[in-house]
Design a protein around this ligand. Structure first.
Ligand SMILES: Cc1cc2nc3c(=O)[nH]c(=O)nc-3n(C[C@H](O)[C@H](O)[C@H](O)COP(=O)(O)OP(=O)(O)OC[C@H]3O[C@@H](n4cnc5c(N)ncnc54)[C@H](O)[C@@H]3O)c2cc1C
Length: 472
C-alpha cells in the first residue's frame, strides 16, 4: 500500500466509506472480499497498481461490469481489484466504421452509443455487464448466430501486462497475447481499450414468443417440442438470422426469440417448427433494433450510470453445452424434463432453465474469425440452470445440480468431449475441471506456455485462472 501512496494512486480498503459498496459482488451469495480496490481514471494508475501489487505480493483482478457469477472481480483478502468504471468511454468513428471502447465500458452504454449511428456488435442480454469481462470470455447474445461472438468483434486491444507495461495486442502485434486474452483474459492482463469492428443494424426486428405453459408439467410434451424445434434449427431452411431460446420455469415453458429478417420468412421457417405443438399462444411484435436491445434486457434501460449502485442478485447457477454433432434425442430429453419436474417441485418459483440456441444451420459462431482460446464453437445449445438462493439455498443448489447433472450425463453418453460456458462461470469447479470444461486440453496447454511468458509471477490470478507451465 505504501507503494500506491508513493505513486499517488488513491485506494479504498476495509473501513473506508465506499468499501462495502465497492466490495460487494453482483452475486451476493459469494462471500469473499478484496484487500484493496482502486478506481483509477488514468491508465498510468493501473500500470502503477500492477507494479505495486507485484512488489507487495498481491494478486490483481480487474473489474469491468462486475457481473462475474463467481465474484472473481471482487477477489479475496490477497487481491487488489482494479475497478475500471471511470475508464469506460465509447467512441464511434464513422469513417473507419470502428468503435473504440475503454476497458470499463458497459454493454448498455455501448449499445446506445453505436445505435445512434445505426451500428452494433453482437453481445449478451444485460446492459450492466461489462464489455471486457463478457467479450474476453466469448460473449453470446441473440445476434451472435448472425454476427459471431462478442470477442469476434475485437480487432485489437491495449493491455496492461504483468510488468505494468502498456502493449498493443492484435493478430499482428503480440498475437500470442491477443489469442490468450480472447477466451481467458483475466489470466493475462488488463484490457484497457478495445478496437471493435461494427455491424449495420437491421431496420426491423421481430420479437416472437410461443407460449407453451400448458405443457410445463408434461415431460413428454416438452420433449416433443424440444426435439421438433431442434430438428427445425438444424434443417436446411433455417437461417443465421434467428436468436432463439427455450425457457422453462415453474408453470412456464416457452420458445421465444428475435428474428432479424422479413416477417414472411419468419412465417415460412419458424411456424412449421411449432405446428405439432398446437394449441399454442403466439405473440409477434415488430421492434426497432434499439428497442429490441432493451426488450432483450427485460425492458431495463440501456444507459448505465457508472456511480449508481448496481443491481445485485443471490443465485446458484450451472451450465453445460450440448454439442452440435450429437443433439439429445427425445428419450433423453424426456428423462431430463422428468428430473426437472421432480427437482423443480421441491423449489417452486426459484429456478429458471434456459436453452440458448448457439448453433444450428448457418450459425456464425462456428465461423473462423481468427485465433481465439475458445474451444466450444461447435455447440448447438447452451443450457443454463439458474436458481434464486435468498431462501433455502441448499435445496436450490441441490435441485439445480440434479437438473444439470442429468443433462450432462446424457451428453457424456453421446460424446467424449463437451464444454461449459465460461461467461456462466461456476465457482464449484476445481481449477483443473474449469480448464477442461472452459478451455479444453489443447488450449490449456498453449495458454500455460503463454502465461509463463507474459505473467511469470502469476499476478493475474483467481481460483480458476490459467497456471504457469510446469517445469520438467
Ligand atoms: C444478469 C446477467 C446476464 C448475463 N447475460 C449474458 C448473456 O446474455 N450472454 C453471455 O454470454 N453472458 C451473459 N452473462 C455473463 C457475463 O457475460 C459474464 O458474467 C461476464 O464475465 C461479466 O463481465 P463483467 O465485465 O460484467 O464482469 P466482471 O466481474 O467485471 O469480470 C468478469 C471476469 O473478467 C475479468 N475482467 C474484467 N475486466 C477485464 C479486463 N478489462 N481485462 C481483463 N480481464 C477482465 C474479471 O477479472 C473477471 O474475472 C450474464 C451475466 C449476468 C449476471
Amino acid at each position: 500500500m505504501s507503494c500506491l501512496q508513493k505513486n499517488r494512486v488513491e485506494f479504498i480498503a476495509q473501513g473506508d466509506a465506499k468499501y462495502n459498496e465497492l466490495s460487494t459482488p453482483y452475486n451476493t451469495r459469494i462471500r469473499t472480499r478484496p484487500r484493496i480496490i482502486i478506481t483509477p481514471n488514468r491508465v498510468s494508475d493501473i500500470q502503477y497498481a500492477v507494479v505495486c501489487a507485484q512488489r507487495e505480493g498481491f494478486k490483481v483482478q480487474p473489474r469491468a461490469g462486475g457481473h462475474s457469477y463467481a465474484g472473481y472481480s471482487t477477489g479475496d483478502a490477497n487481491t487488489l481489484i482494479i475497478d475500471l468504471r471511470y475508464i469506460s468511454n465509447v467512441e464511434y468513428d464513422p469513417r473507419s466504421r470502428k468503435a473504440f471502447a475503454f476497458g470499463g465500458a458497459r454493454l448498455g452504454n455501448l449499445g446506445l452509443k453505436l445505435g445512434a449511428d445505426g451500428k452494433a456488435i453482437s453481445h449478451g442480454d444485460c446492459p450492466g455487464v461489462g464489455l471486457a469481462g463478457h467479450s474476453l470470455h466469448g460473449g453470446f447474445g441473440y445476434t451472435s448466430r448472425m454476427w459471431g461472438l462478442s470477442t469476434d468483434h475485437i480487432l485489437s486491444m491495449k493491455v496492461v501486462t504483468a510488468t505494468g507495461d502498456l502493449v498493443s495486442a492484435s493478430p499482428k502485434l503480440n498475437s500470442d497475447l491477443f489469442y490468450a486474452m480472447k477466451g481467458a483474459g483475466d489470466s493475462f492482463g488488463i484490457a484497457v481499450e478495445f478496437e471493435l469492428k461494427t455491424r449495420t443494424v437491421p431496420d426491423k426486428v421481430l420479437r416472437f414468443i410461443f407460449d407453451l405453459a400448458r405443457y410445463s408439467r408434461d415431460a413428454k410434451r416438452m420433449a416433443d417440442v424440444f426435439v421438433n424445434v431442434q430438428a427445425c434449427v438444424q434443417s436446411r431452411s433455417f437461417g443465421d438470422n434467428y436468436g432463439l431460446t427455450i425457457r422453462l420455469a415453474t408453470d412456464a415453458f416457452r420458445v421465444a426469440g428475435y428474428f432479424y429478417g422479413k416477417e414472411a420468412d419468419f412465417q415460412r421457417t419458424m411456424l412449421p417448427c411449432l405446428s405439432k405443438a398446437a394449441p399454442v399462444t403466439i405473440t409477434i411484435e415488430e421492434q426497432s433494433f434499439s428497442r429490441s436491445l432493451s426488450s432483450i434486457a427485460g425492458d431495463a434501460p440501456l444507459r448505465r450510470f457508472i456511480d449508481a449502485p448496481g443491481a445485485k442478485s443471490n443465485f446458484y447457477a450451472k451450465s453445460v453445452m450440448i454439442p452440435e454433432q450429437r443433439p439429445l434425442n427425445k428419450a433423453q430429453m424426456q428423462d431430463y424434463f422428468r428430473t426437472v419436474l421432480e427437482a423443480g417441485a421441491r423449489v417452486p418459483n426459484q429456478f429458471v432453465i434456459t436453452f440458448r440456441l448457439m448453433g444450428g444451420t448457418g450459425s456464425h459462431v462456428k465461423k473462423d474469425y481468427g485465433d481465439t482460446s475458445i474451444p466450444w464453437r461447435d455447440t448447438l445449445w447452451i443450457a443454463q440452470h439458474d436458481g434464486q438462493t435468498q431462501r433455502n439455498p441448499r435445496d436450490v443448489a441441490r435441485a439445480i445440480t440434479a437438473m444439470n447433472d442429468q443433462l450432462e450425463g446424457s451428453i457424456q453418453r453421446n460424446v467424449a468431449t463437451y464444454f461449459m460456458f465460461p461467461p456462466f462461470i461456476d465457482p464449484d469447479l476445481t481449477r483443473e475441471e474449469s480448464h477442461k470444461m472452459y478451455l479444453g486440453d489443447e488450449h490449456s496447454r498453449r495458454l500455460q506456455r503463454i502465461k509463463t511468458k507474459w505473467d511469470p509471477t502469476n499476478v493475474f490470478s483467481n481460483p480458476q485462472s490459467v497456471q504457469l507451465e510446469r517445469r520438467r
